[in-house]
Design a protein around this ligand. Structure first.
Ligand SMILES: [Zn+2]
Length: 109
């Protein structure tokens, strides 16, 4: 059975979960989803090869994560926006801004 052509979804295409959505619909993956899935598989393979239990990621304090996000190249920020959702990213940035404000008030006083 041949697969249906991919339905492009701006919100999920270009992610590994977008690849899974195409698969569930019986569609061929679009190019960006296929590339994202290959990248996901490569990451998993690299982590597995390192034989360290970090397959599900690492825990990073929220403020440190926000600082890393803000320093990240735009391509990485876009990927994190898709993975975590803009509501979560916006909340992290807001918390980071509040933290910076409070540290600057401490220095001023
Ligand atoms: Zn896609």
């Amino acid at each position: 059975m041949s697969k249906k052509p991919p339905t492009i979804n701006e919100a999920t295409c270009g992610t590994s979960s977008g690849y899974t959505i195409h698969h569930r619909r019986g569609e061929s993956p679009c190019g960006p989803c296929l590339a994202a899935r290959r990248d996901y598989d490569r990451r998993r393979w690299a982590v597995k090869r390192a034989s360290v239990a970090i397959e599900d990621g690492v825990r990073v304090p929220a403020i440190d994560f926000a600082e890393l996000y803000l320093a990240a190249p735009i391509e990485l920020q876009d990927r994190l926006d898709k993975r975590l959702g803009t509501i979560t990213i916006d909340a992290l940035i807001k918390a980071y801004d509040a933290y910076i404000d409070s540290t600057q008030k401490d220095r001023a006083s």
